[in-house]
Write a protein that binds this ligand. Sequence first.
Ligand SMILES: C[S@@+](CC[C@H](N)C(=O)[O-])C[C@H]1O[C@@H](n2cnc3c(N)ncnc32)[C@H](O)[C@@H]1O
Length: 397
Amino acid sequence: MYKLYPYFTNDGSVGLFSPDADDIYHSVYGALTEAYEKFILPANFEKYFSENNEIKILDICFGIGYNTKSFLNYLIDFYYNESIDSNNIKYNNKIDTDNKKCKIFIHAIDTDKNLACLSPFFISNKTNIKNNKLIFKNEKIKRMLSNNIQTKFKLNKEVNILLLEKIHKYIDNDIMELLNKKQYSVFFDKNIRRLFEFYRNEESIHTSLKKINTFLHNIYYRHLSNSYKMYLNILKWLDFDFKLSIKDARCAILNDTNKYNYIFLDAFTPTKCPCLWTVDFFKLLFEHLEDNGMILTYSNSALVRNAFLNAGFQVGKIYSDSAKKFTGTIATKNKAFIKYDLSEYDLGLIKTKAGIFYRDENLNLDNESIIAAHKVEVENSNLMSSSRFIKHFKVIN
Ligand SMILES: C[S@@+](CC[C@H](N)C(=O)[O-])C[C@H]1O[C@@H](n2cnc3c(N)ncnc32)[C@H](O)[C@@H]1O
């Protein structure tokens, strides 16, 4: 039986743990905050949308969709409310939405259908997590949990409504079973569940305006009703196309003819999921990235950066103002997009054994085989060890 391991992270959004990968899906510090800080803010969307009103995004490892949701949220804030840019400066971009239509295509890929289908239901703004207990055992996560939540970013309800509209058709009985499990109910938004019931009962919400009005009239959750009206309003200026591929990302991208403006790469860490960090996978991404496009990832690993370089990308770093440290990597074809270059230290590290990247020439190896071949390559390499390099670097600096 499929099991979920959800908990409230320290910003009030739900995070997940995977016992199989022995890895967290989201930072305990805050799942929503992490998506904003590692993917949305460094993407410099304010500049992108000041010049364009069409965008194609590839969300690799969609999970429960924080990166896509944060992007949609950013966009709604950008057009309607206030948004903040990568320097934490507030913007107010109220536009004449009658005259401007924004066209978005998001291709979301994950191997786990259950997670993708549950994505619109997860709560992301729990304000009170006192007595925040884990429903599963994990000392490491437990130690990092705080009782005081710090909400930095707020997800508009319309985001989950937008996503539900695209995803509800994939929801089968197995997923219904998960949705109905009592132990998970605290993690799901009851109003989105109610809206889902409506979708299930009606063939298509768009077929009849009368049905929508009856629905809005009957619904007693006032805020959902308001959010739904807002959602209908958003659809006047937003042309939102969403494709969900429940497949290994390599296979999904091999069969994709699109080129993307942004690629979010949010796989489990390289040692847990090497197949999505190989030089060969990055070469495939190179073919699917627009000339002015950008790949964002949370990994700072030397082998990941070296693989990007060897796949033909220009590589830079992501800096987080709030964490006051580098929190990821940017790969692009256009050097002008790089705000923080790799340092002498980063480039030195790449030339050591730590920079030896994973390989998967035919894009079909399993993770164990990739790790085994990499181990042999490292053992046979004459390159300097990373520890020796670090010692040497400290001495001369
Ligand atoms: C770190 S989590 C991603 C979290 C996600 N971005 C979110 O907002 O919830 C990694 C995800 O990679 C997916 N995954 C693992 N191997 C994959 C593969 N070969 N292709 C596509 N997805 C994969 C897992 O199912 C998991 O959802």
